[in-house]
Design a protein around this ligand. Structure first.
Ligand SMILES: C[S@@+](CC[C@H](N)C(=O)[O-])C[C@H]1O[C@@H](n2cnc3c(N)ncnc32)[C@H](O)[C@@H]1O
Length: 250
Protein backbone atom coordinates (compact mmCIF):
# COMPACT_ATOMS: atom_id res chain seq x y z
CA UNK A 1 0.00 0.00 0.00
CA UNK A 2 1.15 3.50 -0.68
CA UNK A 3 0.83 6.39 1.70
CA UNK A 4 -2.32 8.45 1.52
CA UNK A 5 -1.80 10.89 -1.27
CA UNK A 6 -3.48 13.65 -3.14
CA UNK A 7 -6.89 13.48 -1.49
CA UNK A 8 -9.22 16.08 -2.83
CA UNK A 9 -11.39 17.04 -5.71
CA UNK A 10 -10.02 17.26 -9.14
CA UNK A 11 -10.87 20.03 -11.48
CA UNK A 12 -13.56 19.25 -13.99
CA UNK A 13 -12.72 19.47 -17.62
CA UNK A 14 -15.29 21.39 -19.58
CA UNK A 15 -17.82 19.30 -21.39
CA UNK A 16 -16.64 18.19 -24.81
CA UNK A 17 -18.35 16.47 -27.64
CA UNK A 18 -17.62 12.94 -26.49
CA UNK A 19 -20.28 11.00 -28.24
CA UNK A 20 -19.68 7.38 -29.10
CA UNK A 21 -19.39 4.94 -26.22
CA UNK A 22 -22.13 4.81 -23.55
CA UNK A 23 -19.72 6.35 -21.06
CA UNK A 24 -18.94 9.11 -23.47
CA UNK A 25 -22.61 9.82 -23.99
CA UNK A 26 -23.07 10.09 -20.24
CA UNK A 27 -20.27 12.60 -19.86
CA UNK A 28 -21.44 14.51 -22.87
CA UNK A 29 -24.51 15.56 -20.94
CA UNK A 30 -22.42 17.33 -18.31
CA UNK A 31 -23.93 20.55 -17.11
CA UNK A 32 -27.47 19.52 -16.41
CA UNK A 33 -29.02 16.06 -16.36
CA UNK A 34 -31.78 17.33 -18.59
CA UNK A 35 -29.08 17.80 -21.25
CA UNK A 36 -28.32 14.11 -21.02
CA UNK A 37 -31.66 12.40 -21.58
CA UNK A 38 -30.35 9.03 -20.39
CA UNK A 39 -29.23 10.41 -17.02
CA UNK A 40 -32.42 12.44 -16.61
CA UNK A 41 -34.58 9.38 -17.31
CA UNK A 42 -32.46 7.21 -15.00
CA UNK A 43 -32.93 9.69 -12.16
CA UNK A 44 -36.68 9.70 -12.68
CA UNK A 45 -36.83 5.92 -12.64
CA UNK A 46 -34.71 5.24 -9.56
CA UNK A 47 -36.10 8.13 -7.52
CA UNK A 48 -39.64 6.81 -7.88
CA UNK A 49 -38.86 3.31 -6.61
CA UNK A 50 -35.24 2.28 -6.48
CA UNK A 51 -35.46 -1.51 -7.01
CA UNK A 52 -38.20 -1.32 -9.65
CA UNK A 53 -36.48 1.68 -11.23
CA UNK A 54 -33.17 -0.12 -11.69
CA UNK A 55 -34.93 -3.08 -13.28
CA UNK A 56 -36.75 -0.74 -15.63
CA UNK A 57 -33.56 1.05 -16.58
CA UNK A 58 -31.92 -2.28 -17.40
CA UNK A 59 -34.99 -3.46 -19.35
CA UNK A 60 -35.09 -0.23 -21.34
CA UNK A 61 -31.32 -0.23 -21.91
CA UNK A 62 -30.91 3.07 -20.05
CA UNK A 63 -27.44 2.19 -18.77
CA UNK A 64 -25.29 5.18 -19.74
CA UNK A 65 -22.57 4.24 -17.22
CA UNK A 66 -21.93 0.82 -18.75
CA UNK A 67 -18.48 0.62 -20.35
CA UNK A 68 -19.17 -2.66 -22.15
CA UNK A 69 -15.81 -3.93 -20.87
CA UNK A 70 -13.94 -4.11 -17.55
CA UNK A 71 -12.94 -0.85 -15.94
CA UNK A 72 -9.26 -0.50 -16.97
CA UNK A 73 -8.09 0.02 -13.38
CA UNK A 74 -9.41 -3.42 -12.44
CA UNK A 75 -7.17 -5.12 -14.97
CA UNK A 76 -4.31 -2.88 -13.87
CA UNK A 77 -4.84 -3.86 -10.21
CA UNK A 78 -5.10 -7.54 -11.07
CA UNK A 79 -1.83 -7.35 -13.00
CA UNK A 80 -0.17 -5.46 -10.13
CA UNK A 81 -0.61 -8.51 -7.90
CA UNK A 82 -1.52 -6.25 -4.97
CA UNK A 83 -5.16 -7.29 -4.60
CA UNK A 84 -6.30 -9.54 -1.77
CA UNK A 85 -6.99 -13.13 -2.74
CA UNK A 86 -9.80 -15.19 -1.26
CA UNK A 87 -13.33 -13.84 -1.64
CA UNK A 88 -14.28 -10.60 -3.39
CA UNK A 89 -17.59 -8.77 -3.75
CA UNK A 90 -18.67 -6.30 -6.42
CA UNK A 91 -21.89 -4.69 -5.18
CA UNK A 92 -24.11 -3.11 -7.83
CA UNK A 93 -22.12 -5.07 -10.42
CA UNK A 94 -24.39 -4.36 -13.39
CA UNK A 95 -23.27 -6.41 -16.40
CA UNK A 96 -20.41 -7.82 -14.36
CA UNK A 97 -17.35 -7.06 -16.48
CA UNK A 98 -15.34 -6.15 -13.39
CA UNK A 99 -16.50 -9.32 -11.62
CA UNK A 100 -15.13 -11.49 -14.41
CA UNK A 101 -11.88 -9.50 -14.63
CA UNK A 102 -11.24 -9.97 -10.89
CA UNK A 103 -12.03 -13.70 -10.84
CA UNK A 104 -9.25 -16.27 -10.79
CA UNK A 105 -8.39 -19.57 -9.13
CA UNK A 106 -7.06 -17.48 -6.21
CA UNK A 107 -10.03 -15.18 -5.96
CA UNK A 108 -13.72 -16.12 -6.02
CA UNK A 109 -15.84 -13.11 -6.91
CA UNK A 110 -19.52 -12.50 -6.22
CA UNK A 111 -21.32 -9.94 -8.38
CA UNK A 112 -24.40 -8.64 -6.61
CA UNK A 113 -27.12 -6.56 -8.20
CA UNK A 114 -30.65 -5.71 -7.14
CA UNK A 115 -31.80 -5.95 -10.75
CA UNK A 116 -32.53 -9.48 -11.90
CA UNK A 117 -32.44 -8.16 -15.47
CA UNK A 118 -28.83 -7.01 -14.97
CA UNK A 119 -27.88 -10.32 -13.36
CA UNK A 120 -29.43 -12.28 -16.25
CA UNK A 121 -27.44 -10.18 -18.73
CA UNK A 122 -24.28 -10.77 -16.72
CA UNK A 123 -24.85 -14.52 -16.61
CA UNK A 124 -25.66 -14.69 -20.31
CA UNK A 125 -22.40 -13.26 -21.58
CA UNK A 126 -20.11 -14.78 -18.95
CA UNK A 127 -21.31 -18.29 -18.14
CA UNK A 128 -19.11 -20.13 -20.65
CA UNK A 129 -15.90 -18.18 -20.02
CA UNK A 130 -12.81 -20.19 -18.99
CA UNK A 131 -12.82 -18.65 -15.48
CA UNK A 132 -16.58 -19.16 -14.94
CA UNK A 133 -15.93 -21.43 -11.93
CA UNK A 134 -14.44 -18.48 -10.08
CA UNK A 135 -17.37 -16.08 -10.05
CA UNK A 136 -21.10 -16.05 -9.38
CA UNK A 137 -23.89 -13.52 -9.82
CA UNK A 138 -26.58 -12.95 -7.23
CA UNK A 139 -29.77 -10.90 -7.64
CA UNK A 140 -30.45 -9.31 -4.26
CA UNK A 141 -30.54 -6.04 -2.38
CA UNK A 142 -27.14 -5.11 -0.98
CA UNK A 143 -28.75 -3.94 2.27
CA UNK A 144 -30.63 -7.18 2.95
CA UNK A 145 -28.37 -9.83 1.47
CA UNK A 146 -26.76 -12.17 4.00
CA UNK A 147 -23.87 -14.19 2.52
CA UNK A 148 -22.55 -17.21 4.41
CA UNK A 149 -19.02 -15.76 4.62
CA UNK A 150 -17.42 -12.33 4.73
CA UNK A 151 -15.14 -10.97 2.00
CA UNK A 152 -11.44 -10.18 1.69
CA UNK A 153 -12.10 -7.50 -0.90
CA UNK A 154 -15.02 -5.27 -1.84
CA UNK A 155 -14.80 -3.23 -5.05
CA UNK A 156 -17.22 -0.33 -5.46
CA UNK A 157 -17.46 1.48 -8.76
CA UNK A 158 -20.47 3.72 -9.39
CA UNK A 159 -22.48 1.87 -6.74
CA UNK A 160 -22.16 4.41 -3.90
CA UNK A 161 -23.25 7.15 -6.30
CA UNK A 162 -26.15 5.02 -7.52
CA UNK A 163 -27.69 5.03 -4.04
CA UNK A 164 -29.87 7.75 -2.61
CA UNK A 165 -27.53 9.87 -0.42
CA UNK A 166 -29.70 9.06 2.64
CA UNK A 167 -28.39 5.47 2.32
CA UNK A 168 -24.69 6.34 2.49
CA UNK A 169 -24.22 5.61 6.17
CA UNK A 170 -26.07 2.31 5.73
CA UNK A 171 -23.81 1.60 2.72
CA UNK A 172 -20.71 2.06 4.95
CA UNK A 173 -22.18 -0.06 7.75
CA UNK A 174 -23.11 -2.81 5.29
CA UNK A 175 -19.65 -2.73 3.70
CA UNK A 176 -18.15 -2.96 7.17
CA UNK A 177 -20.32 -5.96 8.04
CA UNK A 178 -19.53 -7.77 4.79
CA UNK A 179 -15.76 -7.23 4.97
CA UNK A 180 -13.41 -9.39 7.03
CA UNK A 181 -11.65 -7.39 9.78
CA UNK A 182 -8.45 -7.21 7.72
CA UNK A 183 -10.25 -6.98 4.39
CA UNK A 184 -9.76 -4.20 1.85
CA UNK A 185 -12.35 -1.86 0.38
CA UNK A 186 -11.56 -0.34 -2.99
CA UNK A 187 -13.63 2.60 -4.09
CA UNK A 188 -13.20 3.85 -7.61
CA UNK A 189 -14.84 7.22 -7.13
CA UNK A 190 -16.34 8.79 -10.23
CA UNK A 191 -16.50 12.42 -9.14
CA UNK A 192 -19.77 13.89 -10.15
CA UNK A 193 -20.68 17.42 -9.20
CA UNK A 194 -23.84 19.49 -9.40
CA UNK A 195 -22.63 20.53 -12.80
CA UNK A 196 -22.83 17.04 -14.19
CA UNK A 197 -25.23 14.23 -14.72
CA UNK A 198 -24.34 11.08 -12.83
CA UNK A 199 -25.37 7.51 -12.29
CA UNK A 200 -27.41 9.20 -10.79
CA UNK A 201 -26.21 11.03 -7.63
CA UNK A 202 -23.35 13.46 -7.09
CA UNK A 203 -20.46 12.34 -4.91
CA UNK A 204 -17.09 13.55 -3.68
CA UNK A 205 -14.19 11.96 -1.82
CA UNK A 206 -15.41 13.70 1.35
CA UNK A 207 -18.74 11.90 1.09
CA UNK A 208 -16.90 8.58 1.45
CA UNK A 209 -14.67 9.84 4.25
CA UNK A 210 -17.67 11.08 6.22
CA UNK A 211 -19.25 7.65 6.46
CA UNK A 212 -16.20 5.38 6.42
CA UNK A 213 -13.83 7.08 8.85
CA UNK A 214 -16.16 6.92 11.88
CA UNK A 215 -16.28 3.14 11.31
CA UNK A 216 -12.49 2.95 11.56
CA UNK A 217 -11.67 2.90 7.84
CA UNK A 218 -8.64 4.80 6.64
CA UNK A 219 -7.75 5.50 3.02
CA UNK A 220 -4.23 4.15 2.67
CA UNK A 221 -4.24 5.37 -0.89
CA UNK A 222 -6.30 8.04 -2.64
CA UNK A 223 -5.01 9.04 -6.03
CA UNK A 224 -6.10 10.03 -9.51
CA UNK A 225 -7.05 7.09 -11.65
CA UNK A 226 -4.40 7.38 -14.34
CA UNK A 227 -5.99 4.70 -16.48
CA UNK A 228 -9.53 6.07 -16.51
CA UNK A 229 -11.33 5.93 -19.82
CA UNK A 230 -10.95 9.15 -21.78
CA UNK A 231 -14.27 10.84 -20.89
CA UNK A 232 -13.64 10.18 -17.17
CA UNK A 233 -9.94 11.18 -17.13
CA UNK A 234 -9.24 13.57 -14.26
CA UNK A 235 -12.62 12.76 -12.74
CA UNK A 236 -11.85 9.51 -10.95
CA UNK A 237 -10.10 8.79 -7.67
CA UNK A 238 -8.89 5.38 -6.65
CA UNK A 239 -9.29 4.80 -2.92
CA UNK A 240 -7.89 1.79 -1.07
CA UNK A 241 -9.26 1.54 2.45
CA UNK A 242 -8.55 -0.66 5.42
CA UNK A 243 -9.70 -0.54 8.99
CA UNK A 244 -7.15 0.89 11.36
CA UNK A 245 -6.80 -0.59 14.83
CA UNK A 246 -7.67 2.61 16.64
CA UNK A 247 -10.82 4.37 15.56
CA UNK A 248 -10.67 8.14 15.35
CA UNK A 249 -12.60 9.70 18.23
CA UNK A 250 -16.09 10.80 17.24
C1 LIG B 1 -24.60 2.95 -11.99
S1 LIG B 1 -24.81 1.22 -12.03
C2 LIG B 1 -23.13 0.63 -11.94
C3 LIG B 1 -22.93 -0.77 -12.47
C4 LIG B 1 -21.47 -1.25 -12.48
N1 LIG B 1 -20.84 -1.10 -11.19
C5 LIG B 1 -20.68 -0.53 -13.53
O1 LIG B 1 -19.79 0.28 -13.20
O2 LIG B 1 -20.94 -0.78 -14.73
C6 LIG B 1 -25.41 0.84 -10.40
C7 LIG B 1 -25.90 -0.58 -10.25
O3 LIG B 1 -26.29 -0.78 -8.89
C8 LIG B 1 -27.45 -1.58 -8.85
N2 LIG B 1 -28.12 -1.33 -7.57
C9 LIG B 1 -28.78 -0.21 -7.19
N3 LIG B 1 -29.24 -0.34 -5.94
C10 LIG B 1 -28.84 -1.56 -5.49
C11 LIG B 1 -28.99 -2.27 -4.27
N4 LIG B 1 -29.65 -1.75 -3.23
N5 LIG B 1 -28.44 -3.50 -4.16
C12 LIG B 1 -27.74 -4.05 -5.20
N6 LIG B 1 -27.58 -3.42 -6.39
C13 LIG B 1 -28.11 -2.19 -6.54
C14 LIG B 1 -28.24 -1.17 -10.09
O4 LIG B 1 -29.14 -2.14 -10.53
C15 LIG B 1 -27.12 -0.93 -11.10
O5 LIG B 1 -26.84 -2.07 -11.86
Amino acid sequence: MHALSRIGRVGFASSRALLGSPAARMSAGAGDPSKNPAVGRLRELVQLDSAVGWDKSWEAGITPWDLGKPTPIVEHLVNSGTLPKGRALVPGCGTGYDVVALASPDRFVVGLDVSSVAVEKAKQWSSSLPNADYFAFVADDFFNWKPSEQFDLIFDYTFFCALDPSLRLAWAETVSGLLKPDGELITLIYLISDQEGGPPYNNTVTDYQKVLEPLGFKALLMEDNEVAIKPRKGREKLGRWKRCQHRPSL
